[in-house]
Design a protein around this ligand. Structure first.
Ligand SMILES: Cc1cc2nc3c(=O)[nH]c(=O)nc-3n(C[C@H](O)[C@H](O)[C@H](O)COP(=O)(O)OP(=O)(O)OC[C@H]3O[C@@H](n4cnc5c(N)ncnc54)[C@H](O)[C@@H]3O)c2cc1C
Length: 380
């Protein structure tokens, strides 16, 4: 079996290298039962993800890296990283191994056309200013989503596949910041400050974590996990609980018999962060927070209206892509037998925490096995 890997860019794995800048969170160490709950995709059940991830799970991913000489470890949060926190050595050894196994790499080859005739595909590529074609028996597309287009994942494949009659869910920002129309005073006081150990609610979903206040709005892990919920709301907003481990009554009791400015007292007593104090002041009128219970209730319920997600080009990942309804169980296009898809170009999403790369590896494994079976004539 002859395998050729084409990439539009002069080198492969550019987004993988970018992920390395944050330490390369390869996967997460939690059990499969918890792991599968991180994934959402239209029209699939949890059992589908259990089956996908079982084909290449977090243990398999760690063994694969270790087999390439890259030791991994589990951080305090349960996330898994290479010991060196780098992507480049892993990518280098990965490519070296693939070359040794006979995989041929053709970079600077941008896929611009797919023609199916009888049982074969003609693929058209732009190579600098030239056009080349190759004929092949099976194709696996792993063209990425639409975020960080400078790494090669431009999402231009969407129109290519639509042209072949494939329904594509529009690509949108996932794992991204959201914009807020801040009062300029808030920005003056809080830009760049974190809100730690808080609970953040959107719609019916509450996440414990942290946020970061930015000039344009908010960023942070807690927000990223709420992306799908926020996108489904007509008027997206977040409700922040600055003191999730206490009830409003418990907080009020702590500051009941004190004198001085109530907010100053609460800052000391409740150990409020400077950003928390600023939000409390600006998102409430003076009257509603001038009693201990009023202030305590406000600290547990700061409502921040969001305007829109940050642009797709800045997001860590994208939602949308090839829907599972277009694919069979081996991730082969139902309308185009022999054409498989894998990775972020498929319509699934997951939060940061190693779930994105794990999802890419698991879908890649499933698609590759499917392609082999197809070529061996064993595909059901
Ligand atoms: C800043 C940042 C940090 C991240 N950190 C992490 C992390 O720590 N952990 C984690 O799990 N995930 C992380 N991710 C997400 C993760 O990197 C992606 O989910 C993953 O790389 C997607 O893999 P993929 O193979 O589907 O697509 P990509 O990695 O985007 O690769 C797609 C490839 O297809 C090529 N291509 C596209 N169109 C064409 C075409 N027409 N012809 C030929 N080639 C084409 C591109 O050049 C590219 O090489 C991070 C992402 C970002 C942006």
């Amino acid at each position: 079996m002859k395998v050729t890997l084409f990439d539009a860019k002069p080198s492969v794995g550019r987004k993988f290298l970018i992920a390395g800048k944050g330490g390369l969170n390869l996967t997460h160490s939690e059990t499969l039962e918890r792991f599968v709950k991180r994934y959402s995709s239209q029209g699939t059940k949890e059992s589908y993800w259990t089956s996908l991830l079982s084909g290449f799970d977090n243990t398999a991913l760690r063994s694969w890296a270790e087999n390439l000489g890259i030791e991994t470890f589990i951080g305090t949060s349960g996330r898994v990283f290479p010991k060196e926190f780098k992507a480049a050595p892993l990518l280098r050894r990965w490519v070296e191994r693939l070359r040794a196994q006979g995989v041929h790499f053709l970079t600077n080859h941008k896929l611009v056309g797919i023609i199916k005739h009888d049982d074969r595909f003609t693929l058209e590529f732009h190579q600098h200013h030239d056009k080349t074609t190759i004929v092949t028996d099976a194709v696996i597309l792993a063209l990425g989503g639409g975020s960080w287009p400078e790494t090669g994942s431009t999402g231009e494949w969407v129109s290519l596949l639509q042209g072949l009659g494939i329904a594509i869910t529009p690509l949108t920002s996932a794992n991204c910041g959201w914009e807020v129309t801040w009062n300029p005073d808030i920005i003056q006081e809080t830009e760049g400050l974190p809100l730690k150990n808080i609970e953040v609610t959107a719609g019916e979903k509450t996440i414990a974590g942290e946020l970061l206040i930015t000039r344009y709005g908010l960023e942070g892990g807690a927000l990223y996990q709420l992306g799908a919920t926020l996108r489904s709301l007509e008027k997206p907003s977040l409700i922040l609980d600055l003191k999730p481990s206490f009830t409003a009554e418990e907080l009020a009791l702590k500051i009941q018999h004190t004198s001085g400015d109530l907010l100053d007292v609460a800052r000391e007593s409740w150990k409020l962060s400077p950003a928390g104090v600023s939000l409390l002041r600006h998102f409430n009128d003076h009257h509603s927070i001038n009693s201990p219970l009023g202030l305590a209730k406000a600290a547990k319920r700061i409502t921040i209206p969001l305007t829109k997600p940050r642009p797709l080009s800045e997001a860590i990942s994208s939602a949308g892509g090839v829907p599972f309804s277009e694919l069979d169980d081996s991730l082969m296009m139902k309308r185009l037998p022999g054409l498989f898809v894998a990775g972020e170009m498929m319509d699934w999403e997951a939060p940061t925490g190693g779930y994105l790369l794990q999802g890419c590896f698991a879908t890649g494994t499933r698609a590759a096995k499917g392609a082999i079976e197809y070529l061996e004539g064993k595909h059901p």
